[in-house]
Ligand binder design. Structure first.
Ligand SMILES: Cc1ncc(C[n+]2csc(CCOP(=O)(O)OP(=O)(O)O)c2C)c(N)n1
Ligand SMILES: [Mg+2]
Length: 329
C-alpha cells in the first residue's frame, strides 16, 4: 500500500493547523455535497469541483490581509469559502435560488462579494488575469498597500492575454500575485501535451517578473510562499508568480468521466499527497488533537454544509422581475 511522505516538522501553532484543517475540510465537504445535489438534478449547468486543490486557496488566504482582493476562474467555490463568503449563499447560487450571491442568476461560475473583495467567478479561460491586474492598478492608483491574487490554471497559462498582462503589470509595478493553479490538466489535456516548457512560472522571466514553484498539496508550503509573494507586492516591487503544483481528484466538470487518466493515478495522489490528510497527520503525530476531536470537527463541518444545502433547497426560485435587476440597459 502506498504511504504518505512524512511531513516536515511545521513551524506553526496548534490553532493555525486546526484552522487550516477546518478550512480545507469545509471546502471538501461543501464540494462533495455540491456533487450530490448536482446528481439529484438540483444544480444545473456547469459545475467544476475543487476537491484535491484545497491547500492552494487555504494557504494563500492565510497569507492575505483584510482588504486584499481575489479573482479566479469557474473553479471557484473553494476561493469563495476560503475568503469567508457564506456557504448558504454559495450553495443557493449553485441551485439557482433567490438566496444565492447573484440572486440565482449567475450559478456556479458567476458569484461576487464586494464585502469579501471576491471579484468572480469567470467562465472564459484566462479572462480573470487582466481583471486581476486592473484591480491591482486601482489599488496602486489609490495609494494603498492592498494586494490582488489572480488565480488561473495551467491551461489558461497558454493564453495570450496572460502575457500582455504580465508585461503591463511589471511595467507598472502592479501589486498582483499571479497564482497558476497547475492541477496538471486542462479539461482532458495534460500539461505535458499542451506545453514543452517544464515550468510555467519561469515564463515570467521574459517580462522581469520573479516567481517560484510551490508544493500545492502542502498548505504550510503554500502559506510560506504566499507570505513571500505578498511581502514583495506590498513593498512596491511589482508582481510575483506562484506556480502551485496541485491535482484535481474529480473530472474537469461534473459532466467529465475523466477517461484521459487512470484511476490508479488519482488514487496514488489521494493516498500519498492528500492536503487534508497531511495536516491531519501533523495534528495527530504532534498530539495537537485526538482522533475523536478531529471527528467532532468533521461533524460540525458536515452540519454547516447540510444547513447550506437545506437553505438552498428551501430558498425560492428568483421572481420574474429579477430578470430586470443588475443589468446594463
Ligand atoms: C477562451 C476559452 N477557451 C476555451 C474554453 C473552454 N474551456 C473551459 S475550461 C478549459 C480548460 C482550462 O484548464 P485550466 O486553465 O488548466 O484550468 P482548470 O480547469 O484545470 O482549473 C477550457 C479549454 C473557455 N471556457 N474559454
Ligand atoms: Mg488545469
Amino acid at each position: 500500500m502506498a504511504t504518505r511522505k512524512a511531513a516536515k516538522k511545521p513551524n506553526v501553532s496548534k490553532e493555525q493547523l486546526l484552522d487550516h484543517y477546518r478550512e480545507m475540510l469545509l471546502i471538501r465537504r461543501f464540494e462533495e455535497k455540491a456533487g450530490q445535489l448536482y446528481g439529484m438534478g438540483l444544480i444545473g449547468g456547469f459545475c467544476h469541483l475543487y476537491i484535491g486543490q484545497e491547500a492552494v486557496v487555504v494557504g494563500l488566504e492565510a497569507a492575505a490581509s483584510e482588504g486584499d482582493k481575489r479573482v479566479t476562474s469557474y473553479r471557484d467555490h473553494g476561493h469563495m469559502l476560503a475568503c469567508g463568503m457564506d456557504p448558504k449563499g454559495v450553495m443557493a447560487e449553485l441551485t439557482g435560488r433567490e438566496g444565492g450571491y447573484s440572486r440565482g442568476k449567475g450559478g456556479s461560475m458567476h458569484m461576487f462579494s464586494k464585502e469579501k473583495h471576491f471579484y468572480g467567478g469567470h467562465g472564459i479561460v484566462a479572462a480573470q488575469v487582466p481583471i486581476g491586474a486592473g484591480l491591482a492598478f486601482a489599488d496602486k492608483y489609490l495609494g494603498n498597500d492592498r494586494v490582488t491574487f489572480a488565480y488561473f490554471g495551467d491551461g489558461a497559462a497558454n493564453q495570450g492575454q496572460v502575457y500582455e498582462t504580465y508585461n503591463m503589470a511589471e511595467l507598472w509595478d502592479l501589486p498582483v500575485i499571479f497564482v497558476i493553479e497547475n492541477n496538471q490538466y486542462a479539461m482532458g489535456t495534460s500539461v505535458q501535451r499542451s506545453t514543452k516548457s517544464p515550468s510555467l512560472w519561469e515564463r515570467g522571466a521574459a517580462y522581469g517578473i520573479p516567481g517560484e514553484e510551490v508544493d500545492g498539496m502542502d498548505v504550510l508550503a503554500v502559506k510560506e510562499a504566499g507570505e513571500k509573494a505578498v511581502a514583495h507586492c506590498r513593498a512596491g516591487k511589482g508582481p510575483y508568480i506562484l506556480e502551485v503544483k496541485t491535482y484535481r481528484y474529480r473530472g474537469h466538470s461534473m459532466s467529465d468521466p475523466a477517461k484521459y487518466r487512470t484511476r490508479e493515478e488519482v488514487q496514488k495522489m489521494r493516498d500519498e499527497r492528500d492536503p487534508i490528510e497531511q495536516v491531519r497527520d501533523l495534528l495527530l503525530t504532534g498530539k495537537h488533537a485526538t482522533e475523536d476531536e478531529l471527528k467532532a470537527i468533521d461533524k460540525d463541518i458536515k452540519a454547516v454544509v447540510n444547513e447550506a444545502a437545506e437553505f438552498a433547497k428551501e430558498s425560492p426560485e428568483p421572481a420574474l422581475e429579477e430578470l430586470w435587476t443588475d443589468i446594463y440597459a
